[in-house]
Design a protein around this ligand. Structure first.
Ligand code: SAM
Length: 431
């Protein structure tokens, strides 16, 4: 099993290298290895994450070669754009038409698409988003693994089941040896090339220890490391980057100032955004987004969130469905319907033809078909859950999370079958 295709180094300019994948060239940044032209590497998220032996690389490439082109063909076939719906509104078609050329669409136009209740328009929107994804990004689909290592949290987010006011939840926190074992298994046994380390804002994991953890992961199991551990002292993030972390998954949750204050009695939107700017300055890859369907959130607000994330220079969009948790102040509210969230993700693809769009577990938890529908509607990234089975149910941010009751092996098999059927390669070829 493999979540990246080895690439051959074609040229090197300082720490920027050009990598060849079966004739396709991509750039990647090399921060960790002494490389020469002709070496083989794995890249992820635009960074070289591992240098590999030539013989191993050639063996892996041999198994990939045919499949690589077969998948591409399937994807091109399934993402062809044709309009079999006569009588669609001219304004609607004008927006779609421009977007398919990669031209930016305005806030008003995006809103027009999101508010449409015409099933024919929605169908064309999804197909156009899929076409745009294929045209500008090809058939690569990132498959990262997430390890939720602690549900202890100092925060009071009113939507979140692990917020510190929920006294009915049993808390857990993995120690670093346990985390290292899960990562080693994920990388060496299952072949993951990108790992998200996520937790509540848990002070028992000292900054110093997390930095040490990042260093040990880089030494023992080379992988692209995302941190998703919330707000810490600023210096920590620079030191974690120096230790080898290269991405953060950190949502701003909503860009609406009033809504943010209502939902987060312990923190401010300004502070949240300041962190995202800091991450960008340090050089992290940014995965961010908000919750769709929050009580009191209007469609305008969702579009503002998309535009806001794009303006931040977001690399991977993580827009999840709000799912009410029974032990939170928002327990009596409803989740948005799946169709609305799928439509929103397609609009997002029209707003940014080049960004990665994650299918979140929250969306997958709403509907077993949601992953496929989202991937066929503009998304191109998924996450599998690697949290050990004794703890995964306790990471109870919202109820009935998909993947809580299934093994890693099952998740991999299921994801690969789906990706194969729609012509996507479980790879991240980078930039
Ligand atoms: N502490 C980290 C942080 O601050 O980014 C990450 C942990 S936090 C639990 C991870 C994500 O869970 C949040 O960004 C939030 O959007 C999501 N989440 C929390 N409660 C949720 C709910 N009820 N429905 C859907 N997503 C939820």
């Amino acid at each position: 099993m493999c979540y990246a295709i080895p690439g051959n180094v074609k040229s090197i300019a300082n720490n920027l290298i050009t990598i060849d994948y079966f004739g396709e060239e991509r750039k990647a940044r090399n921060d960790f290895y002494n490389l020469r032209v002709g070496d083989y590497v794995y890249a992820q998220g635009g960074f070289v994450v591992q240098k590999i032996d030539e013989k191993d690389a050639e063996e892996i490439l041999d198994t990939w070669k045919e499949l690589f082109f077969e998948l591409k063909e399937t994807d091109v076939r399934l993402s062809k754009l044709y309009n079999d719906k006569p009588n669609l509104d001219k304004n609607f078609l004008k927006i779609i038409d421009r977007a398919t050329y990669g031209k930016s669409i305005s806030r008003q136009e995006a809103l027009r698409l999101l508010l449409s209740e015409d099933p024919d328009e929605t169908d064309v929107l999804h197909k156009s988003a899929n076409f745009i994804r294929q045209k500008f990004l090809g058939n690569a689909c990132c498959v990262h693994g997430i390890i939720e290592f602690s549900n202890i949290c100092n925060c009071l987010c009113t939507y979140c089941g692990i917020n510190s006011a929920n006294t009915s939840l049993k808390r857990f926190s993995l120690d670093h040896k346990e985390i290292l074992d899960v990562v080693a298994d994920a990388v060496k046994r299952f072949g993951f090339k990108g790992i998200v380390l996520q937790s509540g804002e848990d002070p028992s994991h000292k900054s110093e220890d997390i930095i040490d953890l990042v260093k040990k992961i880089r030494e023992n199991s080379p992988v692209f490391i995302f941190l998703s551990i919330g707000e810490r002292e600023e210096a920590f993030y620079q030191r974690a980057f120096d230790a080898g972390a290269r991405a953060v998954l950190f949502r701003f949750e909503t860009s609406d100032q009033n809504l943010y204050s209502k939902l987060h009695p312990h923190s401010s939107l300004r502070e949240r955004i300041r962190y995202l700017e800091l991450f960008k300055d340090i050089g992290y890859i940014i995965a961010t987004g908000s919750l769709i369907g929050l009580p009191g959130q209007k469609a305008e607000s969702v579009i503002n969130d998309f535009m806001f994330a794009k303006d931040l220079g977001c690399d991977m969009y993580s827009f999840g469905t709000f799912i009410p948790h029974p032990d939170t102040p928002l327990s009596s509210h409803d989740a948005p319907n799946t169709e609305y969230v799928l439509k929103a993700l397609s609009v997002l693809r029209l707003i940014d033809p080049y960004g990665k769009i994650l299918v979140t577990t929250a969306l997958e938890s709403q509907n077993p078909q949601a992953r496929r529908l989202a991937l066929m509607g503009g998304a191109n990234s998924i996450m599998l859950n690697l949290t050990p089975k004794d703890y995964v149910g306790l990471y109870d941010i919202y109820p009935h999370r998909a993947t809580v009751d299934v093994s890693v092996e099952y998740q991999i098999e299921d994801a690969l079958q789906l990706l194969k059927s729609i012509g996507r390669a479980p790879t991240d070829l980078g930039i």
